[in-house]
Design a protein around this ligand. Structure first.
Ligand code: PLP
Length: 365
């Protein structure tokens, strides 16, 4: 069966433009870009945009996605973004050229597996500079791990060190944080007696320093997903106004109206819990015109994160397979079978591109 709606429509030309802008600005300051594809379920069409725009590597947190891209004929190198699980080491060595690492146990397991497969593997060692997700907290331990790779793990190549910011701890990348990483890299270099090839300064949030021209010189690698695929975090959430060289309307979600009725806005009967075990609150606004759409949490996660493009439409809520809209104030005279469009946020993109129940349509490919 070929589904028409709901769908996520992706404008590949806009993503191509974004990739060109970001990669060109980064290369002008000597920074390579790893094109991160996990946000769009590593759709090969998206991955090949990064590839043809000059990304140095393609990155994902999930090996399955890397395998799928390779199987669609998109060439590497591929960078595994999530610290490898011991249970997936054989696949890491088989499918990934580079991985981010923060555990000596994992590095030793990678070495043993490389020996078994007769391969070499490149690693970037992660430092935690305050965001408190992955990475060595203790600098001495990080330096010791780097020396261990360099001096005793002959099948691993120490490519460099990196950091992740703005994910768990919401820490803003600043020139100071980046300099801290460079200083750490130079301590590692003093210990191993050579220069590191890569100092990886973070994700989309670190791109701000490229935009403002304040990135310390030795940072030479960023791993960018959202900033190319959607480009909204920095322009909308950070409020950066002079970044309008990036398109924010690269994608839209389209869903079909399956019911339109005037109904009370306050549920009728004794209120217990909703389909997801929550106790939402409801406001009584009297009888309102409402539309039901054939799209739900199974497709996009929280339907409340869908942003209607029509003025006067409000998302009231939903369940696994439905989304409920208040259309009382909508200027368009909606009918059964009409299509309602939504702009896309990172989480809706993540779910929608991975859901079986929602078609992916490409335009301007
Ligand atoms: C997801 C991820 C990125 C890319 O993040 P964006 O905000 O989408 O640019 C970079 N590095 C790591 C380690 C990640 O997990």
């Amino acid at each position: 069966m070929k589904r028409t709606f709901p769908c996520i429509e992706i404008d590949l030309q806009k993503i191509r433009d974004n990739a060109a802008q970001v990669i060109q600005r980064c290369s002008a300051t000597g920074i390579q870009v790893c094109g991160v594809v996990k946000g769009c379920n590593a759709l090969p069409e998206g991955a090949s945009v990064y590839r043809s725009s000059g990304a140095a590597q393609l990155g994902s947190s999930r090996i399955e996605q890397i395998i799928r891209c390779r199987d669609s004929g998109i060439s590497g190198p591929y960078l595994l973004l999530r610290i490898p699980m011991l249970s997936e080491i054989a696949d890491v060595v088989r499918w990934c050229d580079i991985s981010l690492n923060s555990e000596v146990t994992v590095l030793d397991a990678l070495e043993a597996e490389c020996k078994r497969q007769g391969k070499t593997h490149q690693v970037i060692i992660m430092a935690d500079l305050g965001d408190l997700r992955e990475g060595f907290w203790n600098h001495e331990e990080l330096i010791a791990a780097c020396c261990h790779v360099e001096q005793t793990l002959s099948h691993l190549h120490l490519l460099g060190i990196g950091v992740n910011l703005g994910c768990y701890g919401s820490i803003q990348p600043t020139p100071d944080k980046m300099q801290e990483l460079v200083d750490l890299a130079e301590e590692v270099e003093a210990c191993i007696g050579r220069r590191l090839e890569i100092i990886s300064g973070g994700a989309t949030s670190s791109y701000t320093l490229v935009h403002w021209g304040t990135m310390p010189p030795r940072i030479n690698h960023l791993r960018i997903g959202e900033g190319v695929l959607l480009a909204k975090d920095l322009q909308v959430d950070w409020g950066i106004h002079d970044m309008d060289y990036l398109h924010m309307d690269t994608m839209r979600i389209r869903a079909e109206v399956i019911e339109i009725k005037d109904k009370p806005s306050y549920p009728v009967g004794e209120i217990a819990i909703d389909a997801f075990g929550r106790r939402p609150t409801y406001t009584d606004r009297g009888i309102r015109r409402r539309a039901l759409l054939g799209i739900g949490r199974a497709d996009v996660g929280d339907v409340e994160r869908l942003i209607p493009k029509d003025e006067g439409i409000e998302v009231l809520g939903g369940a696994s397979d439905h989304c409920i809209l208040d259309i009382e104030d909508c200027r368009r005279d909606l009918k059964i079978g009409d299509i309602v469009d939504f702009s896309v946020t990172y989480s809706t993109m993540l779910y929608a591109t991975a859901s079986d129940g929602i078609a992916v349509h490409f335009i301007n490919s």
